[in-house]
Write a protein that binds this ligand. Structure first.
Ligand code: DAH
Length: 338
């Protein structure tokens, strides 16, 4: 029996030392219930009382020996597999990465930021207002009662009879004056809506920037001075401005304001269509009714307001002839700006 155990031990050791030994099969073969070692142990009953413990001990040693060999071999296999995997998955951290595609800022954002910077420099504060607005703020409080013809040019999208998508940023004037008492010096950029069909110069969604100044003793001279400074910063130091009389229900007097063409300087060219002037905004002195409606006494305070279309400035500045380009997200167009 002793010889048998030694034979098993030697044989198992030899098989386990083979490079691609099947460990599980060998475990079953030697140590399993029907394995070689177990069948040797089954014959122990025939041994003398004296021999039995010795053979028993030896059998245990052989079992422990084979178990250990299997465990070592298995650990070695795992280590080798890991080694192989690591070698296969090596990453060369010194390789250059794929360059990230960095987008560019949208021309509408570029111009809006430029406008904001100029007015912040003049001491204005930026405020925002809701795009979904009450009829009251968009029209009534701006001196545009129901059935007023000015509503026709500002037809918009209605959520209810009373709630609409704002057709102008002017309602922010009212919201500001309701909350804050003079001195007020704010601009308010944002989206506005009108139910216009899309074409080269119209879009149902576009952007405006509103301005409002209210204080004691504010005059049309302040409005002119502010807009002139703004025009020079925006379009160049040689820029001149021109006021043309106009009508807006929420300002009195009202004007449309042109800047001298920043391409030809006023001589007339294709950008200004031979006019020498380019219309950029509407403005005026805040109507007493509007001030009063916000709880500001028009006998004590006065103010000016202006509103400009951001698309219009973008299109003039970058010589873009079709407004749709600004909304179509064609990368070939957008990547020209930075
Ligand atoms: N809200 C006007 C529009 O959309 C533009 C405007 C004109 C704004 C005169 C003003 C202003 O603040 O004083 O046509």
């Amino acid at each position: 029996m002793k010889e048998m155990l030694e034979k098993i031990k030697a044989e198992a050791a030899a098989k386990l030392s083979e490079a691609n030994a099947d460990l599980e099969a060998l475990r079953v073969q030697y140590l399993g219930k029907k394995g070689e070692l177990t069948s040797v142990l089954r014959g122990m009953g025939q041994l003398s009382a004296e021999e039995r413990p010795k053979i028993g001990q030896m059998a245990n040693e052989v079992r422990a020996y084979i178990e250990q060999l299997i465990e070592e071999k298995s650990a070695a296999n795992r280590a080798a597999a890991l080694e192989k995997q690591l070698a296969a998955e090596t990453v060369d951290v010194t390789l250059p990465t794929e360059p990230a595609t960095v987008g560019s800022r949208h021309p509408l954002s570029l111009v809006q930021t430029e406008l904001e910077d100029i007015f912040i420099g003049l001491g204005f504060e930026i405020v925002e207002g809701p795009e979904v607005e009450y009829d009251y703020y968009n029209f009534q409080a701006l001196n545009i009662p129901e059935n007023h013809p000015a509503r026709d040019t500002q037809d918009t999208f209605y959520i209810t009879d009373n709630i609409l998508l704002r057709s102008q940023t002017s309602p922010v004037q009212v919201r500001t004056m309701e909350k804050k008492k003079p001195p007020i010096r704010i601009i308010s950029p944002g989206r506005v809506y009108r139910s216009d069909a899309v074409d080269a110069t119209h879009s149902p969604l576009f952007h405006q920037l509103e301005g409002l100044v209210v204080d004691k003793g504010i005059t049309m001279g302040d409005l002119k001075g502010t807009l002139e400074l703004f025009a020079k910063k925006m379009f160049g130091e040689d820029t001149r401005i021109r006021f043309r009389p106009h009508h807006f229900p929420f300002t009195e007097p009202s004007a449309e304001v042109d800047v001298s063409c920043f391409v030809c300087g006023g001589k007339g060219c294709s950008l200004c269509k031979g006019e020498g002037w380019i219309e950029i905004l509407g403005a005026g002195m805040v109507h007493p009714n509007v001030l009063r409606g916000c709880g500001i006494d028009p006998d004590v305070y006065s103010g000016f307001a202006f509103g400009l279309g951001i698309e219009r400035i973008v299109m003039r500045k970058y010589n873009i002839d079709d407004m749709r380009l600004l909304y179509e997200n064609d990368v070939r167009f957008l990547k020209q700006f930075d």
